[in-house]
Design a protein around this ligand. Structure first.
Ligand code: PHE
Length: 505
């Protein structure tokens, strides 16, 4: 039987979820974080994190949504009444991501549209022009809202079916092009593929794990939300394999295009990996495209258009997490819920966008420590909220989903595997491997990396860092606040489920 509100097919679900996963995380933050953390060693830990942690936790998060058929808060209360705060953390994480996603997404729209101009976009000038930054954020957000307000099937699924294949075709073309540039390509590849672990540290490992989760969309509610829209017949294990494969492939391909290109043009443009950080994509690519003559304008248009497309489908998945909650909790109509979410996101994104512009123009206003609001948010999300969210997913799924009557069962991953199978989560030969990973391996690994990474953030190389401290304090305080809010205001409320939204067929 088809669900009232949901994806029409397994393929639609895979494409929409892959669309949510592939985004600025792959094309913007993966390259810049790789460049900041010494290259190949970071890439190596990122890939290991996807395989060892990301796959299992993605399946768990999706299943939590699928099992409940409801928004994030309801979904976790269906595991145990007192766990709803995990859903609240997920929804808040989605909000936090969206606040800066809109700004960076707006940048990609500007760069796309400016591709055919005589001079390439000047990052400093553009980011310092507050009116323009706000305008492009608004355009980007509006595009996402138009798609999402059309609904799950007609909006999200339909758009993803067209946009995802387009993206892959363009990206492969650009990679081939960049690999054939000649001089410097080898050096770029060496940076990207030859690991030097000495530069990484616990901070780098936490950052790579956070990046893997961020890229797979783990821990911000969207996997649970999309999972809640799939029919019973969809095989989550297989779907997650495809999504993770696709997502990781896009990130790795982006690196294969960007690093060789940067090294190739290094002498000419003066751009190298050290002096760019968060703006690597925006600083390096336009100069490269510009030096290609008129053909470069087309490549630029395709490239940044592709990044915009990827980012829009991800923003959609973030908005949907929050709209789903509002629709069900307050019985709102979809369009109204999307509008409220959109306006709120837009307003908060304004200071974020301004602060980045200030920082890039060397103004000291709206910058805390050495970081703009945008960087602080990104670090709170990828370094604190998402890793802790992932930890909560693994523990709630592995330890609280089924009540075990005797202690032997409580500690047994086989028991968990059997119970899941009974309920309909069948992963074939990997059933017990998955159960072991989610019950024991993931919580222990994430907890260890979190603790080491947090202390390394605050005391990098044993020197106190106020930036690191600020990020950790804000992140942990937000989590504490949300737990409080849940117990004071939400614990005994009925927060609705997918049946609350009426959909015209
Ligand atoms: N995975 C998206 C990206 O890589 C970001 C995202 C995170 C989207 C979490 C939804 C939820 O850009």
């Amino acid at each position: 039987m088809e669900k009232k509100n949901g994806f029409s097919s397994g393929l639609g679900f895979i494409l929409a979820t892959a669309g949510g996963a592939v985004g600025l995380g792959n094309l913007w933050s993966f390259p810049y974080k790789t460049s900041q953390n010494g290259g190949a060693a970071f890439v190596f830990i990122y890939i290991i994190s996807v395989i060892v942690l990301g796959l299992a936790i993605s399946i768990a998060e999706m299943y939590i949504g699928k099992r409940a058929g409801a928004n994030n808060v309801t979904a976790y209360t269906k595991i145990r009444k007192n766990l709803g705060w995990i859903g609240l953390i997920a929804i808040t994480t989605a909000f936090f991501i969206a606040f800066y996603y809109i700004v960076v997404g707006g940048f990609t729209v500007k760069y796309t549209l400016n591709s055919f101009a005589d001079t390439p976009t000047d990052l400093k000038a553009f980011s310092g022009n507050i009116g323009e930054v706000i305008m492009y954020s608004a355009i980007f957000l509006a595009l996402a809202l138009v798609i999402i307000s059309a609904g799950v099937k007609k909006g999200i699924e339909k758009a993803s079916k067209i946009l995802m294949p387009t993206l892959i075709i363009i990206l492969v073309g650009i990679v081939i092009y960049c690999l054939c540039l000649g001089d410097g390509v080898g050096d770029g590849l060496a940076f990207y593929l030859k690991p030097d672990f000495s530069a990484l540290g616990a901070k780098g490992i936490l950052s790579a794990m956070g990046q893997a989760f961020f890229s797979l969309s783990v821990g911000a509610g969207s996997l649970a939300t999309y999972g809640s829209y799939v029919g019973k017949e969809v095989n989550l294990g297989k779907s997650v394999m495809w999504i993770a494969f696709f997502d990781t492939l896009v990130a790795l391909l982006a690196g294969l295009a960007i690093f060789p290109a940067i090294y190739h043009y290094k002498a000419e443009t003066g751009i190298d990996l050290d002096n760019n950080g968060i703006v690597l994509l925006f600083n390096s690519m336009p100069i490269i495209f510009n030096s290609l003559g008129s053909g470069g304008k087309v490549v630029s248009f395709l490239f940044f258009g592709m990044v915009s497309i990827a980012a829009i489908t991800s923003l959609i998945s973030l908005i949907e997490v929050i709209s789903q909650y509002l629709i069900q909790r307050y019985k709102l109509k979809r369009k109204l819920a999307c509008l409220i979410v959109g306006i709120f996101m837009f307003l908060v994104s304004i200071p974020i966008g301004i602060s980045l512009g200030y920082k890039l123009n060397d103004k000291s206003m709206m910058v805390i420590g050495n970081l703009s609001f945008l960087e602080i948010l990104d670090q709170i999300v990828a370094g604190v909220l998402i890793p802790i969210g992932a930890l909560c997913i693994a523990i709630s799924f592995g330890w609280f989903m089924f009540k075990a009557d005797n202690p032997k069962d409580f500690f047994s991953f086989k028991y968990l595997g059997d119970k899941l199978k009974e309920e309909g989560l069948d992963l074939g030969r990997l059933q017990y491997v998955f159960a072991f990973m989610i019950k024991y391996l993931s919580p222990l690994l994430i907890l260890g990396i979190d603790i080491l990474g947090i202390s390394d953030n605050i005391f990098p190389n044993h020197i106190f860092s106020s930036d690191g401290l600020i990020v950790e304090i804000i992140g942990l305080a937000v989590i504490g606040l949300l737990i409080g809010i849940f117990f004071i205001f939400l614990r005994n409320k009925n927060l609705g489920d997918n049946q609350c939204e009426e959909v015209e067929e």
